[in-house]
Write a protein that binds this ligand. Structure first.
Ligand code: TXA
Ligand code: MG
Length: 326
């Protein structure tokens, strides 16, 4: 697939203060690319209404351009100008926005999100993030802002400004630095398109909380009879250079170790997602720890077993993608 090459440019470091927020919003309004913090991961932001600006995202990320992007808005009222919310979508937005939930809904007749950001689909992915800095930028930008995670395609999602710069320095106009992100995993994506809400991607809001809010179980995209409709659900996505060996009891000779929970002994090349066995802490550490271990250059990263409940479902989803053959 031919794509514009990422243009080389100096990348400004902006502080997350009033001046930095105003400059980020001005860059976005002018069609620029800005890495900015959300509560989930850093996003690589651009004006979602401008096909040219959105093309810049795909170029900087070297992302296959069939993948539609999430558009970020400051509140539900502005989201409802872009998408059509049925009763389930409305209940979910009211329960979890602002927060780590993305809703895929039919595009509204007046939707201004570009065809490119929607990858030509009749639906649109919308999210109202909770991070105060993201909120301030969105208020000032006064338009939907497309933002996939601020990393090159196939690499680990950026959870700090440093990670974003490691992948994108010289390819984007600015990075707005507000420290490490709190959730550490991308948003949960739920499609509300035909009356039966479907889970497209597990993420920062646990499935059980979503099912509680809508009072029914979610259909899982990709389960028998339901073709996956989110192209981002490709099996191989989060890819460190090392191979990943999951559900391990202990590292073998030469393997790096990504632990979880209390450990009897300390392995030489190891990090622990949460010594206390706390899944929230593990989610927040996941991408940073994978990246740090990978930077040490091991052939294999062995990973401890992570429980499948709560945020563990999303953590295991990301680990399985990192481990998928490629
Ligand atoms: O936490 C997050 O969601 C982060 C932060 C920056 O907000 N953003 C993020 O965006 O993860 P991105 O572009 O990496 O993820 C977009 C996902 C992909 O899996 C894509 O396929 C799906 O959303 N998606 C977007 N629009 C869709 C649509 N109309 N139908 C189905 N899936 C869609
Ligand atoms: Mg991503």
């Amino acid at each position: 697939m031919s794509q514009p090459l990422p243009a080389s440019r100096p990348t400004k470091r902006l502080a997350a203060d009033a001046a930095g927020i105003a400059e980020a919003a001005a860059l976005l309004r002018g069609g620029g690319l800005v890495a900015l913090p959300t509560e989930t991961v850093y996003g690589l932001a651009a004006d979602a209404t401008s096909g040219a600006a959105v093309a810049g995202i795909y170029a900087a990320k070297e992302r296959p351009s069939f993948n539609p992007l999430i558009s970020h808005l400051p509140d539900l009222a502005s989201a409802r100008r872009q998408g059509l919310f049925d009763a389930n979508a409305l209940a979910l937005a009211q329960a979890f926005w602002p927060g780590p939930l993305t809703l895929v809904v039919p595009a509204a007749p007046g939707c201004t999100v570009s065809e490119l950001a929607r990858a030509g689909l009749p639906s649109v992915a919308l999210r109202v993030p909770a991070h105060p800095v993201a909120h301030a930028v969105l208020e000032a930008a006064r338009r939907p802002i497309a933002a996939p995670s601020a990393n090159r395609s196939g690499r680990i999602s950026a959870t700090s400004a440093r990670h974003a710069l490691a992948d994108l320095d010289g390819r984007i106009d600015a990075v707005l630095d507000a420290g490490p992100t709190e959730v550490g995993l991308e948003s949960t994506i739920v499609a509300c398109l035909d009356g039966a809400p479907r889970l497209l991607r597990p993420g920062g809001v646990p499935r059980s909380a979503i099912e509680h809010a809508i009072g029914r179980p979610l259909v899982i995209a990709g389960e028998a009879g339901h073709a996956p409709i989110s192209p981002g659900m490709l099996a191989s996505h989060y890819a460190p250079s090392a191979h990943m060996r999951l559900d391990a009891d202990a590292p073998e000779d030469g393997e790096a170790w990504l632990g979880f929970g209390a450990e009897q002994r300390k392995h030489p090349v190891s990090l622990n997602l949460s010594p206390a066995g706390d899944l929230r802490e593990a989610a927040a550490n996941l991408f940073g720890h994978m990246r740090r271990l990978d930077e040490m250059g091991p052939a294999i990263i062995a990973v401890a077993r992570i429980p499948e409940h709560g945020l563990g479902e999303a953590i295991n989803d990301r680990l399985r993608r990192a481990a998928a053959p490629r």
